[in-house]
Ligand binder design. Structure first.
Ligand SMILES: Nc1ncnc2c1ncn2[C@@H]1O[C@H](COP(=O)(O)OP(=O)(O)OP(=O)(O)O)[C@@H](O)[C@H]1O
Ligand SMILES: [Mg+2]
Length: 241
């Protein structure tokens, strides 16, 4: 579904990503781990065309998006939903307006739209919150609304930036379950960024470890646990590299 080939991202001469090559298969849950500042969010932004690689290529669904026009990129972004690190809801809009934002240019009558919002919210486990404002929601509910907004476009892939950060352990677990559930039910490819080892291991089909803008490991959870690579071992035992 996604492929990065020898990608460099070097804004203003800073080497943020250095020669990244990665292939993410259709339907898998692929987790990107690494310390703060490693470049994890930058990879997600490349995958949905929010930023452009300085060299190398980024393929989404077989299409190289590096040279695409803004109009063509907008099409790519419809295929790739994103849950941002801070949920990024529009604070002055209700939950229903946030979720239906993706359909703002479509001719759908209000009754139909209301029903579509209700259905989309139920997919992420929310009921009866349509008329609430984001400020009235808990952290976990905000993440769910952000996710509802992302799936409203019926994407082929979902990108999650730190989906469990700032949540208590129980709420974290329900969000991780939801990621797995959506991956199966919506048959999407899921790319999840986290620095939390337990979260990663709970959901990953495959894991990549990013360090200082470079990939140091890609493989299954058990391969990662057995890997004889000092950087990987340090990350697993101490959360440090
Ligand atoms: N456009 C830019 N110009 C300059 N530096 C940037 C730019 N974008 C990102 N960076 C830097 O690149 C590094 C990686 O950023 P990124 O946000 O991808 O890290 P991260 O792994 O997601 O970290 P965190 O876990 O803290 O979210 C950081 O040091 C950041 O300051
Ligand atoms: Mg980040």
């Amino acid at each position: 579904m996604f492929e990065l080939r020898n990608v460099y991202y070097t804004p203003g001469g800073n080497q943020i990503l250095k020669n990244i090559s990665l292939s993410i298969k259709r339907g898998e849950i692929f987790v990107i781990m690494g310390l703060s500042g490693a470049g994890k969010s930058t990879i997600l932004r490349l995958l949905n065309g929010l930023i452009k690689a300085n060299s190398g290529s980024v393929l989404v669904d077989g299409v190289d998006i590096t040279g695409l026009s803004e109009k063509a990129l907008a099409e790519v972004r419809r295929k790739v939903g994103m849950l941002f690190q801070s949920a990024a809801l529009f604070d002055s809009l209700t939950v229903a307006e946030n979720v239906s934002f993706a359909w703002r240019n479509e001719k759908i009558n209000d009754i139909q739209k209301r029903e579509m919002v209700r259905e989309t919210l139920s997919v992420v486990g929310l009921v009866g919150v349509e008329d609430k404002m984001p400020s009235e929601l808990s952290g976990g509910m905000k993440k769910r609304v952000g996710l509802a907004r992302a799936i409203a476009m019926k994407p082929q892939a979902l990108l999650y930036d730190e989906p469990t950060s700032g949540l208590d352990p129980m709420t974290s677990n329900t969000i991780l379950e939801l990621i797995k559930d959506l991956n199966e039910r919506l048959q999407v490819t899921s790319v999840v960024v986290t620095h939390e080892l337990a979260s990663a291991f709970a959901i990953a089909d495959r894991v990549a470890l990013l360090h200082d803008g470079k990939i140091v490991f890609v493989g299954s959870v058990s391969e990662m646990e057995e890997a004889n690579i000092p950087l990987v071992k340090n990350f697993i035992t101490g959360g440090k590299i």
